[in-house]
Design a protein around this ligand. Structure first.
Ligand code: NAD
Length: 358
């Protein structure tokens, strides 16, 4: 039994609607397992621009750093699109990620049996897929030296993939520790046949693996991995990879699952973990009460597991989501012929009812 302080940033658009349902699940699992979650709300994104003229007010960063974990909805929308770049909602989000020093991005791609038909891949290939992509988030080619040199038709564009041994080690440890909470398999994805930075990546992963004898390490070239993800996704447990490869592969993996309204993510490695659904603020459906809250409720499960190390509590939330889907309830984005379509609140309440029954 313990008390935790959770920072909450609702954000814009559907953010407040889905976060409200996520919080209901958090408090319900707390009541069930004897934890108290004290939540503190902070502003970021468009809501913060409107209230304080800054997409990331200083008290938000201070408050989040003083808590155990951050639950984040989504930010942005047409209202703020014409603002100068540094005042856009997205600028606040990037500053927040940097302030939290989260170098590891965890993105699960879980295919629920009931939704296997929602993907463009054949259901028999997808059923049982449960992958965790661990992407290095603060290094690699996105941050290495580069620029455009020369003039006119002779200009040259350069980006450089740079990884230091400590950067590879720390993401490797996150991957192996994540695998220990799962099926104990890590596939390290690189391009070691061509890139020397990948050769170092592979050497370091092999070295780190010695500290995790209970976890199996394999290696795959990124081009093969892109193919294997759609040929036989069930072969993967944890995939660990660089910033650019992870950017592409995690989007590919997410598409195995059907809807963006189902997918959660965690950014960890700094002092406070950052937990958010992968979708944006969905201005096209904001305020209509039809957003799917399951991505945010799954995000709460990640917050419990990776932010607070409460595995049993995380599993309870995930089991409740599974039972709701098995009972045939759907939101509009995952609608299926003949099954009832629920709004945001009704779907949140359905998960709550299953949690209370646990
Ligand atoms: P989006 O994810 O907001 O929406 C894409 C499509 O998916 C829309 O049709 C939307 O209705 C649907 N959708 C998204 N979440 C859903 C849910 N929970 N339930 C049902 N349907 C859902 O992406 P976008 O339209 O490209 O961006 C909208 C705004 O969100 C932009 O301002 C963008 O910058 C911002 N954004 C923010 C984040 C973030 O906060 N991390 C991430 C992506 C986009």
């Amino acid at each position: 039994m313990a008390d935790y302080t959770i920072s909450v940033i609702n954000g814009d658009g559907i953010g407040p609607e889905v976060v409200a349902e996520g919080l209901k699940a958090l408090h319900a699992v707390g009541a069930l397992c004897g934890h108290r979650f004290a939540t503190r709300e902070y502003l970021a994104g468009g809501a913060a621009i409107d209230a304080k003229g800054d997409p990331l007010p200083a008290d938000t960063v201070k408050g989040v750093l003083d808590s155990h974990a951050l639950l984040f909805g989504a930010i942005g929308g047409p209202k703020w699109e014409s603002m100068p770049h540094h005042l856009k909602p997205e600028a606040g989000l990037l500053r927040l990620r940097k302030a939290l020093g989260a170098f590891a991005n965890l993105r699960p791609a879980v295919v629920y049996d009931e939704l296997a038909g929602a993907s463009s891949i054949k259901p028999e290939i997808l059923k049982g897929t449960d992958i965790m992509v661990v992407r290095e988030l603060t290094g690699g080619i996105y941050f290495g030296p580069g620029g455009i040199t020369g003039d006119g038709a002779n200009r040259v564009g350069i980006n450089t993939e740079v990884y230091s041994q400590p950067e590879i080690e720390r993401i490797g440890h996150v991957a192996f520790q994540t695998a220990r909470l799962r099926r104990k398999k890590v596939c390290s994805v690189d391009k070691a046949n061509v890139l020397v930075s990948s050769q170092l990546w592979r050497e370091v992963m092999i070295e780190i693996a010695k500290q995790y004898p209970d976890v199996t390490l394999s290696h795959m070239y990124v081009d093969n991995c892109a193919m294997q993800l759609i040929r036989d996704p069930r072969q993967f447990d944890v995939i660990v990879t660089t910033n650019i490869f992870g950017d592409i592969l995690s989007d590919e993996a997410s598409q195995l699952t059907g809807s963006i309204g189902m997918l959660a993510s965690a950014s960890v490695g700094g002092p406070v973990g950052f937990f958010e659904p992968i979708h944006g603020s969905a201005p096209d459906i904001a305020g209509q009460g039809k957003a799917n809250p399951l991505a945010t409720i799954s995000t709460v499960a990640l917050l419990l597991r990776y932010g607070l190390k409460l595995e049993r509590e995380a599993a309870l939330v995930e089991a409740a989501i599974r039972r709701v889907l098995a009972s045939g309830k759907r939101t509009a984005d995952i609608r299926q012929e003949g099954l009832p379509v629920l709004g945001t609140v009704a779907m949140g309440e359905a998960v709550l009812a299953e949690l209370k029954r646990a």
